[in-house]
Design a binder for this molecule. Structure first.
Ligand SMILES: [Mn+2]
Length: 359
């Protein structure tokens, strides 16, 4: 059987899951493609950059509506495609198909959730089991995650990564020599790239409250950009109530693309449109309209069904709060997100991952 990627993409847009055998073939082919990519992929603007999606498939559909469809719009996705939301399978399925179909126009960077350890705890594993009845699909995708690139550079000026910088990385060339084809380690440069966060209250590196990666301050950003002759760092990884945040005198941006995160945070989201001259425009959006989502009851049926039924995701009905917390310690009030009042991260709640929750 010849793989018809356009048909796969079309059925995913119609809210229908792909057959397990098709996912297997797509993952195999995509691995072969990703194997040829450097740890630092160089691309050119114009490109639209997308931050964390976390299984919020209906919001991803909204992103294509707002930002344009492939291949008319070039996309750079900054990781954290799965976990937390109800539709990790649909989300990673469509992104993988688009990457395979339009390899030069779609870039997928690895996030800290593109990992066996994290997806075992935060939802993707359970969702695969419920939607397919076996863990095979989870194995196909998590094996694929080992091949995702770690960073992208736009027009030699903008360094893009999921989390942030590492005390053991000073130059782009040091990223290029990392052996990335493996599970994300608990520490070291590869872990730091997917786990670290900027801290506007500091100048240097410090221990991260997440228990993995580091926080890094203004001097670190300044030095990295100067050393590598770039002018901006672009990353995702932290919830921003306004959908984005710009720090360090416009030298670093966070883009966050999961509106109303975990179906309860009430935050805005954005995609960052970068023009041919390097101009940056955050296109801010809200959660997808309620009448285009399944109701919580339909979503639950979807989760508890083993087959691949068509029409499962029918429209209509209102959408209340979908899943609750989901974090191992449940919800506990105060949230931390990018740009906490004085720059220091207080506690960590169920919407911000910390490595000690699953180690
Ligand atoms: Mn993340």
């Amino acid at each position: 059987m010849v793989l018809d990627l356009d048909a796969c993409i079309e059925s995913l847009f119609q809210r229908q899951l792909l057959a397990e055998s098709v996912i297997k073939e797509i993952c195999e082919k995509t691995k072969e493609l990703l194997m040829t990519e450097s740890n630092v992929v160089h691309i050119k603007a114009p490109v639209t950059v997308v931050g964390d999606i976390h299984g919020q498939f209906y919001d991803l559909l909204e992103i294509f509506k707002i930002g344009g469809y492939c291949p008319d719009t070039n996309y750079l996705f900054l990781g954290d495609y799965v976990d937390r939301g109800l539709y990790s399978v649909e989300t990673i399925s469509i992104l993988t198909c688009l990457k395979l179909r339009y390899p030069e126009r779609v870039q997928l960077v690895r996030g800290n959730h593109e990992s066996r350890a994290v997806t075992s705890t935060y939802g993707f594993y359970t969702e695969c089991m419920k939607k397919y009845g076996t863990s095979d699909v989870w194995h196909y995708f998590t094996d694929l995650f080992d091949y995702l690139t770690l960073s992208v550079v736009i027009d030699n000026m903008i360094f893009c990564v999921h989390g942030g910088l590492s005390p053991s990385i000073h130059t782009i060339d040091q990223i290029k020599v990392i052996d990335r084809f493996k599970e994300i380690p608990h520490e070291g440069p590869m872990a730091d790239l997917v786990w670290s966060d900027p801290d506007p209250g500091r100048e240097e590196f410090a221990v991260s409250p997440r228990g993995a990666g580091y926080t890094f301050g203004s001097m670190v950003v300044e030095k990295f950009l100067h050393e590598n002759r770039m002018d901006h760092i672009l990353r995702a990884h932290q919830l921003c109530m306004e959908g984005f945040q710009v720090l360090f005198d416009d030298q670093l941006s966070t883009v966050w693309s999961a509106p109303n995160y975990c179906y309860r945070c009430g935050n805005l989201a954005s995609i960052l449109e970068i023009g041919v001259e390097g101009e940056r425009h955050f296109n801010v959006f809200e959660a997808a309209p309620e009448n285009e989502r399944p109701t919580p009851a339909e979503a639950q049926r979807a989760l508890f069904s083993n087959g691949v039924p068509a029409g499962l995701f029918s429209n209509g009905g209102s959408n209340g709060a979908g899943v609750g917390g989901g974090g191992p310690n449940g919800s506990n009030g105060a949230m931390t997100f990018a740009g906490g009042a004085n720059g220091s991260n207080g506690g960590i709640d169920a919407t911000q991952d910390a490595i000690h929750y699953f180690l």
